[in-house]
Design a protein. Structure first.
Length: 413
């Protein structure tokens, strides 16, 4: 077992993509803490908001399997980490961690990480990228170990192996979807801030296969707020984590730019710098001036929001052209403006809504959605959202959702 001599050396070993300056910025928010042998660092079932990196020593990760009995899931030494989900979501620890020898751990709290996000979003993105990469490497290592063990048992337990492989596969997929759903729910706001002259409502219902839908209301300053509706490609735990990264970027970048196009370009560049996958994000981002009721917006490959105009009960689509974020160089993105009047409504949605299918395998589609908005457009934001969801559910008539169903409604009072 080797020892990493300093926090900076440890962080450089764990996050190899960080520059020396960025390593030092990350080291500034870490706390080195020593634990005697046999210390319980994390306890299964407790809620904690700390991410740990091992500088010296060794820890064992255990999980309860029956009352009073524990199973060792792994042993970790210097240069590894645990508790990374504490930076992304508020849920109890899924396992306990105990020191096997006297150990020195570097600790980063959720609050310190959030402050670092605002101070240096690139560092935060790189850290999250390292976490995601480590999760993927752990998955590959676990699969490799299982395959080796199955090879040894194949001769004597061929029938048992086939059944076991099927069960392991099903449980792994189930757990992956549970993690993705938990991450996704943790980043979606359940309540909106009060903004005089406007009201908001949202609806998010995940499908069996979890995607990465995201919506948010960002208070930028006294006179402006931002609306976000986004969707990550894919339907896995990595999609949910990628959306968590995207949310972090919106929170860190949005307040710095008065132009939604400039903010979107900055987020695109950061995603390009931090991503090592072929994933991408479609997004709608608008900045509303509370006093003038004008909204400037961009539509990065996302479905076209619907503007209900109360004066004549007409509908229009926000069509500003643009390409998705985070995948290809040469981003094309136009910024446009729309003027709201009292009584107007804006309906933003993900493609899971228009892709809802009837028992006769017919798509719900944009035309039905527009008809639903036209019927209930004069209602409150909450009633309009509920009317749309009720119409979609009646159309589906029990057919399962092909994708997450997400809706964000703004009404001008």
């Amino acid at each position: 077992m080797y020892t990493l001599t300093s926090p900076v050396e440890t962080l450089r070993h764990v996050f190899r993509d960080l520059s020396q300056r960025e390593v030092e910025e990350l080291a500034a928010v870490t706390v080195a803490r020593r634990y005697p042998a046999g210390s319980v660092v994390c306890r299964e079932g407790e809620v904690e908001h700390v991410f740990y990196i091992i500088q010296e020593g060794q820890v064992a990760v255990t999980q309860r399997i029956v009352e009073g009995d524990e199973q060792t899931l792994g042993v970790h030494g210097p240069g590894t980490f645990f508790g990374e989900i504490a930076l992304l979501e508020d849920r109890p620890r899924s396992a306990s961690v105990r020191t096997l020898v006297e150990s020195c751990l570097l600790e980063i709290t959720e609050e310190d990480f959030k402050q670092m996000v605002h101070r240096s979003p690139q560092v935060a993105v790189t850290v999250l990228r390292g976490v995601i990469r480590s999760l993927r490497e752990t998955d590959r290592s676990t699969i490799s170990e299982l395959q080796a063990k199955n090879t040894e048992l194949r001769q004597a337990y061929a029938d048992l192996k086939a059944a076991q492989d099927q069960l392991v596969g099903q449980e792994r997929i189930k757990r992956e979807l549970e993690i993705a759903a938990e991450v996704q729910r943790s980043i979606l706001p359940t309540e909106f801030p009060i903004i005089p002259g406007f009201e908001f409502a949202a609806w998010a219902r995940p499908a069996r296969e979890v995607g990465g839908d995201y919506y948010d209301l960002l208070q930028l300053d006294d006179d402006h707020f931002g609306l976000v509706m986004a969707d990550v490609s894919g339907k896995s735990v990595h999609a949910a984590l990628y959306m968590a990264v995207t949310r972090t970027l919106f929170l860190a970048v949005a307040a710095e730019y008065q132009s939604p196009r400039d903010a979107a370009f900055q987020i695109h560049d950061l995603l390009m710098d931090s991503s090592d996958s072929d994933m991408f994000v479609t997004a709608f981002y608008g900045i509303v001036n509370r006093k003038t009721r004008e909204m400037r917006y961009v539509r990065a490959g996302h479905d076209m929001p619907i503007h209900f105009q109360s004066a004549n009960r007409q509908l229009s689509l926000l069509k500003a052209p643009g390409r998705f974020l985070g995948s290809l160089d040469g981003l094309v993105l136009d910024e446009a403006a729309v003027q709201f009047s009292p009584g107007d409504a804006l309906v933003c949605y993900s493609d899971g809504l228009t892709d809802a299918m009837s028992p006769g395998e017919e798509w719900y589609g944009l035309e039905r959605l527009q008809a639903s908005v036209a019927r209930a457009g004069a209602e409150s934001a909450r009633d309009l959202a509920q009317a749309i969801i009720a119409d979609v559910d009646a159309f589906r008539a029990g057919v399962s959702q092909p994708d997450d169903l997400t809706l964000l409604v703004m009404r001008v009072q």
